[in-house]
Ligand binder design. Structure first.
Ligand code: NAD
Length: 355
């Protein structure tokens, strides 16, 4: 019997992480009382599963297949989904199922949030990153030419159904990028998860539904405490202040999000040491773990400390001119830290810049 995780935000919903469970979608929809038509928006890598799901959900089920990848998360795709739903005469009682990675989840979730002022959404994440992070918590949206994730809404799904067996076709690099978020969850909140990830075989661990579920559980716990990212949820930003700056300077798509976050975690852990929050052993242990999961820790050569600092100061996490840092005190515990001077940050970043 699978243990369900429960998110209390929105109408409250179950997060199911298991192996070979995608076929159970129609039963779950019936169980939570979603009786309208089903509209599946699927990543084209999941074409076979999507087609079978369409048959399983009944004759009136519609299917729209889209490519994954960041360039899909834009206004043009959003209009394509609206066109599809409105042409199919979508009704308020219908449900949109997002079957794909974080990109499909975000853009289709935003379409669900805004079509007919909001229809039900079910997230079926198919990348490790989407399982561990983006499918839970209700953040949806698209990118704008002036910035990533700049247009969006909170729209909690009615169910998250994550089937780890769908990960077997995911490229190795994408898997590693997903592990970055799982490792982050261990650092900020679950020392035992971190220790178990250290023991696990990185090439097989994604088949371990229990391990993936425990990584998802950290996200669920944090979202339950803080649905709208006022306080606790900011802990999930560990590695992201530096990571986002790296992504923005290199241009999105050069590094995968999880890869940039891994470098960000390496530098932000050093910041925590400099501030006296934790000792240097944490940096070494975390570095070994990141490298074990094939993640980078070195800043790409072309980046300078000045460029990184300039971008960080424009970050969404800046409040009254100060960056709010999520930093570890030990493995399994992080805190939000303000009052970090730019000179301190610059000094830490500078030691990571190639000569
Ligand atoms: N909403 C949130 O809270 C939140 C949190 C973190 C990240 N995100 C967003 O998530 C996005 C990144 O998500 P992602 O890394 O899943 O990217 P993605 O959705 O682009 O998927 C990565 C690649 O894997 C392919 N793919 C997906 N599932 C597959 C499978 N089972 N087998 C083979 N290939 C498969 C996709 O087509 C794509 O090429 C970013 O846009 C980021 O902003 C959102």
């Amino acid at each position: 019997m699978t243990q369900h995780l429960n998110v209390t935000a929105g109408a409250g919903y179950a997060v199911i992480v298991d192996a070979n469970c995608w076929q159970t979608l129609p039963d779950h929809l019936a169980h939570i009382g979603l009786q309208g038509r089903v509209h599946i928006v699927a990543d084209h890598h999941l074409a076979e599963v999507a087609t079978q799901l369409q048959s399983a959900c009944g004759a009136t089920t519609t299917l729209l297949m889209l490519p994954g990848g960041e360039s899909t998360k834009d206004y043009t795709t959003l209009m394509q989904i609206y066109d599809h739903l409105l042409t199919a005469r979508v009704e308020r009682r219908d449900v949109l199922v997002a079957l794909g990675g974080g990109v499909i989840g975000d853009v289709a979730g935003f379409a669900a949030a805004t079509t007919l002022r909001g229809i039900a959404c079910v997230q079926m994440p198919t990348t490790l990153l989407a399982m561990v992070d983006s499918a839970v918590g209700g953040k949806t949206g698209i990118n704008h030419p002036l910035g990533k994730n700049m247009i969006g809404a909170f729209h909690q799904p009615r169910l998250v159904l994550a089937d780890v067996s769908l990960l077997k076709t995911l490229p190795q690099r994408e898997l590693s990028a997903g592990w970055a978020e799982a490792i982050k969850h261990g650092v900020i909140r679950d020392a035992q998860l971190f220790a178990d990830l250290e023991q696990a075989d990185p090439t097989k661990a994604f088949f371990d539904a229990d391990l993936v579920r425990r990584a998802v559980a950290v996200k669920v716990e944090v979202v339950n405490i803080d649905e709208r990212e006022q306080a606790e949820r900011m802990l999930l930003n560990y590695g992201h202040t530096v990571g986002h700056a790296i992504e923005q300077l290199l241009g999105y798509g050069t590094l995968l999000h999880g890869e940039a976050i891994a470098i960000g975690m390496h530098i932000e852990a050093q910041l925590a040491v400099t501030l006296g929050l934790c000792d240097a052993a944490l940096v070494r242990r975390q570095q070994q773990m990141l490298q074990r999961y094939n993640l980078p820790v070195a800043l790409p050569a072309q980046l300078t400390a000045d460029d990184l600092l300039a971008v960080m100061q424009r970050d969404k996490k800046v409040d009254a001119g100060q960056i709010r840092w999520a930093l570890p005190r030990r493995i399994g515990h992080a805190e939000i830290i303000r009052d970090v001077t730019l000179d301190t940050v610059r000094a830490v970043v500078a030691t990571n810049v190639s000569a």
